[in-house]
Design a protein around this ligand. Structure first.
Ligand code: ZN
Ligand code: MN
Length: 483
């Protein structure tokens, strides 16, 4: 693919469909529930029976407006719906109600950091409201139709073709995905299909002003598949152009199992959809007062939170970026800090290594962590106060995670009482120092690194149960006394 990127200018534009997090569908009162049995959350409206009329679920306006404001879009204070006509079993009405001519918002951008580390604005052409279609499952010769998803509200975020590489595309998608997570407007679960992406790609000779022919790859639903699909399509088009042939305007389907592209159909032109205004619905009005109210309700967004973490907590930028890539994770981190009396960096390290490793192994989300923030803080305070060694803490942590117990309880159960008896530790230290005159000499002639040698012996002597802080203090004193 690198060859193709050198030879051609690649233009990638993404259309993201995200399901809005409402209780009921956009034109009827049917419940939205991904776990419901097939065709059980369906009525005469969302199954497209003749003679039924849609009733607009106004709560979607607030959600869409918040996304628009968070992506720097301008709000259209009056917009309306169109019918997009097509015939397919996933849409029994024979048309999708969407916004074509005048969407609720547009002309915004999402910022990414490109592969050279430079901030780059990816323009958003428009954000439109529309309804989702049903879902088809192909089984051998037959196809099953499930209309539970028909009429679920969507926003489609239409991006301009400002992305140049698969990696940039993924960065843009992840930023958008995190924004939706922060705004709580969408569940954004890729695996459940409530965050899906269509990819438009065209190639043109470097520096050429003549745009290439664009293909569209439909309904990609994992970051990994999206990246792979873009790579494969760039290579496919480059090979066609290298041969001197023409790329055809087609709709493609990415086969994730075989990592190949299949041509689905010649891409429809806009005219084919016979767009016209939806007469069964009123226009959507957003007043300036509403816009300002919703603007005021937008929470701290990822970039602001990341900057605050770096400034206030003095943790490294990459750590702050990682922690703020998920609102729940960022909240968890901040909650631990409210109970912890040491440096925040210790908390971020512990979360990013120990906690996330166990959560990943168990396939758990941060909110389902068996160790609550206050309990992690208790454990880290034990380390910080010199009550537990790092090694002991890891053992305690494992028990907390699997047995759902608090740190103090696990310490009691395991008999991990630390040796904090100063007199005993002083006697041990004295003996060790006397037994190692050579190392003692090195220490006194300025080799500070040899100090670790003495501490190592102390830990061995106490089976690692000595309080590290106290041991350090005592060993320093004894060494100074035996000068
Ligand atoms: Zn319904
Ligand atoms: Mn759409």
């Amino acid at each position: 693919m690198m060859e193709a990127l050198v030879k051609y200018d690649v233009l990638i534009g993404l259309e993201v469909h995200a399901q809005l997090n409402t209780k009921t569908k956009i034109w009827c009162g049917c419940e939205i529930n991904v776990h419901a049995a097939e065709n059980t959350t369906v009525c005469e409206i969302c199954s497209g029976q003749p003679g039924t009329l849609p009733t607009f679920n106004k709560s979607v306006v607030e959600l869409a407006t918040k996304v628009a404001l968070a992506t720097n879009c301008k709000i259209n204070h009056c917009s309306y719906f169109d019918r997009k006509n097509y015939f397919y079993p996933d849409m029994p009405k024979g048309y999708q109600i969407t916004q074509h001519q005048l969407a609720i918002a547009g002309d915004g951008f999402v910022e990414i950091v490109d592969e050279d580390g430079i901030d780059k604005k990816i323009r958003i052409k428009k954000i439109q409201l529309e309804e989702d279609s049903g879902k088809l499952t192909h089984l051998g010769q037959s196809t099953l139709v499930n209309l539970n998803r028909a009429g679920v509200p969507l926003i489609e975020v239409v991006g301009e073709p400002d992305l140049k590489t698969p990696k940039e595309a993924i960065k843009y998608l992840k930023n958008l995905h995190v924004l939706l997570n922060y705004l709580e407007v969408s569940k954004g679960q890729l695996q459940d299909g409530n965050f899906r992406c269509d990819v438009n790609i065209s190639l043109q000779a470097k520096g050429s002003l003549k745009g290439g022919v664009r293909t569209e790859t439909k309904n990609l639903n994992s970051f990994k598949n999206i990246e792979k699909a873009i790579e494969i399509e760039i290579i496919r088009q480059a090979e066609i152009l290298d041969r001197g042939d023409k790329v055809l305007q087609v709709t493609l389907n990415f086969d994730a199992d075989n990592v190949t592209m299949n041509i689905l159909r010649a891409k429809s032109n806009e005219q084919d959809y016979r767009y016209f205004p939806e007469a069964d619905l009123m226009p959507i009005y957003v007043t300036l007062e509403q816009e300002m109210k919703w603007q005021g309700e937008i929470p701290e967004l990822p970039v602001q939170k990341m900057n605050r973490f770096v400034l206030d907590f003095k943790i490294p930028g990459p750590d702050a970026k990682f922690l703020t890539s998920n609102k729940e994770l960022a909240n968890y981190f901040e909650e631990v800090l409210t109970y912890f009396n040491g440096e925040p960096k210790k908390v971020s390290n512990w979360i990013m290594s120990e906690l996330l490793r166990l959560l990943n192994e168990e396939n758990l989300e941060i909110n389902d962590s068996p160790i609550k923030p206050i309990d992690l803080a208790e454990l880290l305070n034990f380390i910080n106060d010199g009550e537990l060694s790092g090694k002991q803490a890891k053992e305690v942590f494992l028990h907390m995670f699997t047995d759902h117990k608090q740190a103090s309880q696990v310490i009691k159960d395991l008999g991990l009482k630390q040796v904090k008896d100063t007199a005993t530790l002083e006697m041990m230290a004295q003996k060790i120092v006397e037994d190692h005159p050579e190392q003692r000499g090195q220490y006194h002639s300025g080799n500070e690194r040899i100090f670790g040698f003495f501490i190592g012996l102390m830990m061995k002597e106490t089976n690692g149960q000595a309080s590290p802080q106290l041991t350090n203090e005592i060993m320093k004193n004894i060494l100074d006394k035996n000068r």
